[in-house]
Ligand binder design. Structure first.
Ligand code: ADP
Ligand code: MG
Length: 699
């Protein structure tokens, strides 16, 4: 019989249970202290942990180990070393030391560094992150690590995340001390990232160069049926999808990833997976692993998992919802309003800090979700707008209103849900309804940042969020610290009132998809940074550099290097798309169009050869249409090719990115619309790759 889930859960993870079993008591305690309080780890502890880790890994079939890290490509990287060490006369033992555990030296020069590598040595270091558990993947012990340059600049996504978690913890603890919660010594941020994805048949995928090279379709007319019937969302799972999801869950569970919820999403072939939330750092690692395992398991099922934000034109793309909160070492969720939010000083401070953070650093939050892929979604009436605002819901808005206006906000009665059917169980209504159109929504005891793209690491948005909230808390502390304990409650109320007046412009409970909101947001002075090249220059604005440097998240050099990397990544990905599109049009599409045009022309000619007086105006019209399409497509293709060639000589990164946005994307759109019209005429048997209908409805 198959093993039960509790047995397989975490079976490939060097988790707390294994540590307790394998480590000497004092070593276990020292390691736990580091994990829980973020204290420094001594080498003798590391040595002892390394021995236990290796033993456990070898018992579980591992032959190699790797420092697993997250360079700024957005993917994970690994370089495998085996445990073998020769001991003379042709024998080997399996060996692994504390030094090998805590430090690795991959060559840093082939990873994006945005200029940091020009000024510094190629050498890079990976450093063990003991707060995220090691695991086994493909018979390799994977050790989560941070990645930095020889001189200590962060070259990855984990280092700034850990720095930002520390900063938030420091500031939050100071506030808790002011509120008399002296037992709080550490505050962690928690994340639950909901991941959307598409599944397509592998055999079909392999026939489309656009999917292979860019992860999205660059050509393709919509089938007669898309998502308009709204019948896919939460629909029953098809057997092939269900088998995939079962397998996926099991693989994730083995890795200790608490996959919890799965369902069909809005678009055909679109699905979602949500884990139970975890500490930010672990949740980020888990999300990276989840994306990798999703692809791997799909392959086993003859499927391909598409994580791109916009695989198909005309139907919804994929995002990632970043559920976020803060929890103390004593287990208290700081965004829990309780039954009487109006009197809950602790809740009000932390709530207000988040609102202030979003208002003060909306530009950085927007940047943290900016990518060529995600630009297709934000503001496109399927995802939140590019305008960053906060949804609070009616009750909390009323609470803040009452503070602003010095009126009383009473305890809200629980409202019983009346379904009108007596046999149904009775339950109470939630105090906030859902709002799906807000980029940043309060959802009961956490915020949900909904603008994230499906393909990218969730580290970046959380670095911004943690740091911006840390800064808001730092300022609040400055305003509160002089008050004695017996005046604190009043001081908090006054502070919250001041903060509401200043930041209420960022609160919006209405429909974020509407045109009225775009106008209203402009009146309120909120930013609407529509594209990645519009947003990125804000990264290096003085106030943002000041934020990151003062909290020791990034140095000025690190900020500029990341700015360059993001701009380059944007231009490069559109460049690859443009080249792929040209290729598909010239080598696949136009030949197919020509073949069909030839067939129509031959048919007309052969009929006329037999019956010279035959009138066939419709067929001639078709022929002339097809011919016209060919000309249009060819002309659009030539323009794209010429513009792409000219982009290759541009020097300035921002100017180049703007050119890709303004010119190349527009060229691609023109080419696509010309080709998509023609596609509806070409028989399936002639088109050399599968169309949307097959891709979307065959799994
Ligand atoms: P939905 O938004 O689809 O209704 P849920 O309410 O089930 O979903 O929660 C979505 C995600 O939020 C889950 O991953 C869940 O674990 C996570 N979540 C719940 N509480 C917290 C918290 N305090 N901090 C971070 N994430 C949380
Ligand atoms: Mg959600």
């Amino acid at each position: 019989m198959a093993k039960g889930i509790p047995e397989i859960y975490g079976s490939l993870v060097f988790n707390d249970r294994v540590m307790r079993e394998k480590l000497p008591k004092d070593i276990y305690k020292a390691l736990k202290k580091t994990i829980e309080n973020g204290t420094h780890l001594e080498l003798d502890v590391a040595n002892s942990v390394a021995v236990a880790m290796k033993e456990w890994a070898v018992e579980n079939g591992a032959t190699h180990y790797t420092h697993w890290f997250q360079p700024m490509t957005g993917f994970t990287a690994e370089k495998h070393d085996s445990f073998i060490t020769p001991v003379g006369d042709g024998q080997v033992i399996m060996d692994f030391s504390g030094k090998e555990l805590i430090k690795g030296e991959p060559d840093a020069s082939s990873f994006p560094s945005g200029g940091l590598r020009a000024t510094f040595e190629a050498r890079g270091y990976t450093a063990w992150d003991p707060t995220s558990p090691a695991f086994i993947k493909d018979r390799t012990l994977c050790i989560p690590t941070a990645f930095c340059s020889y001189s200590g600049e962060a070259l990855d996504k984990k280092t700034p995340l850990l720095r930002s978690m520390d900063s938030l913890s420091t500031e939050a603890v100071k506030i808790m001390q002011l509120l008399g919660k002296t037992d709080v010594t550490r505050v962690s941020t928690t994340i639950g990232p909901e991941q959307e994805y598409f599944l397509v048949d592998k055999a079909l995928y392999e026939q489309r160069r656009d999917l292979i090279f860019t992860g999205r379709t660059l050509l393709g007319a919509l089938p007669p049926k898309g998502q308009e019937m709204e019948d896919h969302y939460f629909g029953a799972l098809k057997p092939r999808v269900s088998a995939y999801m079962h397998d996926l869950d099991e693989e994730l569970w083995k890795l200790g990833i608490p996959a919890k919820t799965k369902h069909n999403e809005v678009a055909p072939s679109q699905h979602e997976l949500a884990p139970i939330f975890d500490t930010a750092n672990i949740a980020v690692d888990h999300n990276q692993l989840t994306m990798e395992i999703m692809k791997k398991v799909a392959d086993k099922h003859g499927l391909v998992c598409l994580l791109h934000e916009k695989p198909f034109e005309g139907i919804n793309g994929s995002g990632k919802h970043n559920n976020w909160s803060m929890v103390t070492n004593t287990g208290v969720n700081l965004l829990e309003p309780g039954r009487t939010p109006a009197e809950n000083a602790q809740f009000l401070i932390f709530l207000m800090a988040v609102i202030k953070a979003v208002d003060d650093y909306a530009d950085l939050l927007r940047i943290s979700v900016a990518s060529a892929g995600n630009d297709h979604r934000l503001g496109a009436n399927e995802a939140p707008p590019a305008i960053i605002s906060v949804f609070l819901g009616d009750e909390l808005t009323a609470v803040l209103d009452s503070i602003e206006n010095d009126t009383f906000f009473g305890k809200q009665p629980l409202v019983q849900m009346d379904t009108g059917a007596t046999v149904l169980p009775h339950f109470f209504k939630d105090n906030t309804d859902r709002n799906r159109t807000s980029p940043f929504a309060f959802t009961g005891n956490k915020f949900e940042f909904r603008s994230l793209g499906s393909a990218v690491s969730v580290a970046g948005p959380n670095v911004v969020l943690n740091t911006a909230v840390a800064e808001a808390l730092r300022q609040f502390y400055g305003e509160l610290k002089e008050y004695p304990a017996d005046q604190m409650e009043e001081a908090v109320r006054a502070l919250v009132k001041r903060a509401i007046l200043k930041h209420k412009k960022v609160i919006f409970n209405g429909n974020g998809y509407s045109d009225e909101w775009v106008n209203e947001a402009e009146r309120r002075g909120l930013l609407n940074l529509k594209s990645t090249p519009d947003a990125l220059p804000y990264f290096i604005k003085e106030k943002n550099v000041e934020l990151f440097t003062s909290h020791h998240i990034f140095s000025k050099e690190e900020i500029h290097s990341r700015y360059e990397i993001l701009l380059e990544a944007y231009s490069k990905s559109i460049h690859i798309e443009a080249k792929t599109m040209e290729d598909m049009v010239l080598r696949d599409f136009l030949p197919a169009l020509m073949t069909y045009t030839g067939q129509v022309s031959d048919a007309v000619a052969s009929k006329k050869a037999v019956l010279p007086d035959l009138l066939c105006p419709s067929q001639e019209k078709l022929l002339s249409k097809l011919s016209g399409y060919y000309e249009d497509i060819y002309a659009a293709e030539e323009k794209l090719a010429a513009d792409t060639a000219s982009a290759e000589h541009m020097e300035d990164a921002l100017e180049t990115a703007r050119f890709y946005h303004d010119t190349i994307l527009a060229d691609m759109e023109a080419l696509r619309s010309a080709a998509d019209v023609a596609e509806t005429y070409i028989p399936d048997s002639i088109l050399p790759y599968p169309n949307y209908e097959k891709l979307l409805f065959s799994v």
